[in-house]
Design a binder for this molecule. Sequence first.
Ligand SMILES: *Cc1c(COP(=O)(O)O)cnc(C)c1O
Length: 230
Amino acid sequence: MSRAEQLKENYEQVLEELKEACVQARRNPEEVKLVAVSKKHSSKDIEFLAQLGQKDFGENYVQEVLAKQEELKNLSLNWHFIGALQTNKAKYVAGKFSLIHSVDRVKLARELDKQAKKKGVIQEILIQVNLGKEEQKAGVEEEGLFSLVEEVLKLKQLKLKGLMTLPPCWYGEKVRPLFARLRELKEAIEKRFALSLPHLSMGMTQDFKEAISEGATLVRIGTRIFGPRI
Ligand SMILES: *Cc1c(COP(=O)(O)O)cnc(C)c1O
């Protein structure tokens, strides 16, 4: 099977499974958007998926994604930044992504705001929450979430659209309560700050079904579409 045929088969299967997961969760499939995570895969792969109708792509590494954006600038794609972001890289990222999923500290939010202002754009963001504490560093911990939201809401060039989480991989079956928790936190923020947050970015290759049943609106799937990353 050629690479193109393999990608098409994987992609169509994923779309089918997403739809099925929505049906099982009694949700409208239109509420759940697939972000194809293309990190470590080629621009050619992205171009091929784009031809099949995929618009949203997620990437983790600043240099890699800027190169791909340049190569693919003729396609109108929605780029999502989903990786850990160093504050000094904010200038490369602000204004170049439809959505930045990984804002997890005030310093980074302020720098993104400043850079977005320079470029005269409003940057949409998600706050990444660290719910699986023990093993990972990225994401604000629950205790600090409300104060981070409060600071982000003061920044005029940023628009908060929701929350994101990346559970530690060893969670396996136990991941579902974490997704439920992210939804509860989103609802708590909506209530406390009297606003509406449209997005919950959660669920990847291993756990997108659980995420959909807990309310995910953006699922970030890489391996299941593109195969293993080398
Ligand atoms: C790599 C990555 C994904 C995709 O993971 P797969 O297991 O390959 O589907 C999703 N979200 C984030 C934040 C990632 O870094």
